[in-house]
Design a protein. Structure first.
Length: 268
């Protein structure tokens, strides 16, 4: 689904069903250097179980025209304009990594009506690693290698994925290679300069779930727990033996967690 936004085409996958803003809207927000394909399983499940789904490509990513946005607040404001463009009066947000920071800021914005918030691989701050930042700026292929090595948990690198023949390391490298010049660096800089996480978290008033990978070295479980302390009533869940790329490493566990979290809204 293409949406004209800020004079440029933005893309959102709808989970295989036509988007209908009269249904409960769920927006899935990817992380740094990623795109809508991160969310194929949950997007499809929610689309076929009564929700209107937007698994977005942020500006400059995937099928959305650029340039990339450069700060987390700018990206959160873009989410607000996207919701207005599709006629959604309220929405639930599901974000991963950088996408979790964007979702958090959007949920804290007084002008937006966010009814439910799920944050995966989240933290109160996302400071950049100097080696990774320099590589993203000067040696993108090295940045892809470093990011893949750090983001995937040890078990994910050994095979045995639920999808026969799927090689997560190579899939990660292939996805990162699709980024245009400067996109990954812009994302990392946005993470590195984001400092308003705790303040935004304290302004969140909707039901919130934080999902952590038990072996995540990029946003360790302690960071997720710290974030949860700032959000009134936040629930938290740890998926054991899982790194930072939760949706790829533990797709069924992530989907089950989201289904359980959304169940009260679905039954209301």
């Amino acid at each position: 689904m293409h949406i004209l936004l800020d004079g440029r085409r933005a893309y959102a996958a709808t989970g295989g069903r036509p988007f209908d803003a009269a249904k409960p809207v769920v927006v899935f927000i990817h992380g740094a250097g990623q795109d809508h394909t991160n969310w194929q399983l949950p997007a499809r499940w929610f689309a076929w179980h009564g929700h209107a789904v937007l698994a977005i490509d942020l500006p400059g990513h995937g099928r959305s025209e650029g340039p990339p946005l450069t700060t987390v607040p700018e990206m959160a404001a873009w989410i607000g304009r996207l919701l207005a463009a599709v006629g959604a009066e309220e929405a639930a947000l599901v974000g991963h990594s950088l996408g979790s920071a964007i979702a958090l800021e959007a949920a804290a914005a007084p002008a937006l009506c966010i009814c439910r918030l799920a944050l995966l691989g989240a933290a109160p701050a996302l400071p950049g690693n100097d080696l990774l930042l320099r590589a993203a700026r000067d040696q993108p292929l090295e940045a892809h290698r470093l990011m893949t090595a750090w983001a995937l948990g040890a078990d994910a690198k050994l095979g045995g994925n639920a999808v026969p023949g799927l090689w997560l390391s190579n899939a990660s490298l292939a996805l990162l290679a699709r980024n245009g010049p400067g996109v990954l660096y812009a994302d990392f800089e946005a993470c590195n300069t984001w400092q308003s996480g705790p303040q935004a978290a304290r302004r969140v008033s909707c039901p919130t779930l934080i999902v952590m990978g038990g072996k995540d070295v990029m946003t360790p479980p302690r960071a997720g727990r710290q974030l949860a302390q700032h959000i009134p009533g936040a629930l938290s869940l740890t998926i054991a033996n899982c790194g930072h790329t939760l949706m790829a490493e533990a797709p069924d566990a992530v989907l089950d967690a989201l289904i359980d979290f959304f169940a009260p809204a679905a039954l209301a």
